[in-house]
Ligand binder design. Sequence first.
Ligand code: HEM
Length: 134
Amino acid sequence: MTPEHVDLVLHDVELIRPRLPQVADAFYARLFERYPDLRAMFPADLTRQRAKFADELHALVVALPDVSAFLAGAARLGTRHAGYGVRVAHYGQVRTVLIATIAAELGPTWTDAHELAWTAAYDMITEAMLLNLR
Ligand code: HEM
């Protein structure tokens, strides 16, 4: 990830912050539409999950400039996810859907540079989440 990628993702995440609950809502709707098998991994009531996901995504993106804090937080999240039964292939499914959701949310301001920056950020998060798993 370049500093320009970090700046772009930080800028975008602050822009969509007031709408993060709706973004999380749209994200899960898209995810279960595209990958219905994933629905059973989550609780029936997604209210708290949506908020937690949105807060965590925001926290991880904001932590990007502080590498050690970022890695520690993401690794802990990754360990918990292994316990939820999340496997490497799932990260690729979530990647496509999350990027599409954020692109739709940002509308006409979304460019190839945004796509690159968000993809790099998501891949950093995923790599760090998977880092300590055996
Ligand atoms: C950017 C990547 C991700 C972020 C930021 C994220 C965030 C979160 C957060 C904050 C929670 C609440 C519990 C906790 O903090 O441990 C959670 C739970 C969960 N996540 Fe993720 N997640 C990500 C990727 C994934 C992926 C790829 C999957 C695969 C389907 C997944 C499936 C789940 C499941 C099954 C739960 C537990 C639900 C429950 O039983 O309450 N997550 N996630």
